[in-house]
Design a protein. Sequence first.
Length: 355
Amino acid sequence: MDRHYYLHRITNEWKFSYPLLLEEGLLSMGWSGLDGNGLMEACKSNDLTEFNKIMEQNEIVSKSRWGLWRFGQFSVGDYIVVPMFGSKFCVFEVTKTPISIGDLDGQSFRLDQGKTYVQIKENEMFDDTGRKIDIGFVVPVKRVTSEPKPRNYATARLVARMKIRNTNALIDDISSDVDASIISTGPIDMHEEIISAIQKPVMDVINHYITPENFEKIVKWYFEKQGADQVWIPAKNASNKDAGADADVIAVFSDLNITFYVQVKKHDNMTGEWAVTQISNYMASICDEKDAAFEDKDNLKTTNIAWVISKADDYDEKAKQSARKKNVRLINGEQFIKMIMNVGIDGIESITDSK
């Protein structure tokens, strides 16, 4: 099924049209009095000649007739974005093809939680006072978004499109924006969007130019940017660590009484349990000594935190289980790029093979 995306603005009979949509699942259009003229059939079959013929017979030449033409082309499965009151919007899926209001002759509805009564007779809709309501066509729909959402849950492109003056429009060109709005659970965060957009290019640079040693230097630089007052890369052959114990970066925040011990891996796809074992063994073998070295004047014990930072996309299940058991935080490549961008990249050019 080829799904099309439309925007449809309710432009008349708001008192009846909105509850008819939200409570009865009928998206409406004006043009009462034109039903029974084969208009919907002409639209569904894409018969523009027949459509124009009917318009001419009814002496309708205004540009607004094209809104009716598009309405008649709504097909089962299409998504319709409907701007709502209160700067909100809702997305609906077409469940049946459009019909004239006359096709519902004999039916009645209690709308607005039972406060308003309408009935359909003689191919027209009437309220409980007998006033004719200008609703000539409806299309059965169901909600895709469970409730109307604030417009800041949508992308800028979709918000801009919701401001068009036309009754409706085909918006297939921003279908991805509509899809994103359907699953959004909060306002669009510009900061997060920018970070997401540049994560891959930044990782590509790291993959291409950064050696394993320089990746450790990036982690060291990150802690310096965060304000650590002591950061160093321990010697690989240090005599005071047990076999299988290793930390690549140590960062001390003296004022906070916190020391970070980090194992750094420049893996491509997956990082395993060994990285967790290395950093947890290091913590076990050396932290008592470091606690003594960094106790503050009030003799408060230093809080020691273990991290593994990997360029890999993810960690295997054994690594995750071990990390949970040993209280080690696992940071993948995507997460670390976000952390870098959050502190800013000023000064990162100082990281070279010669340093």
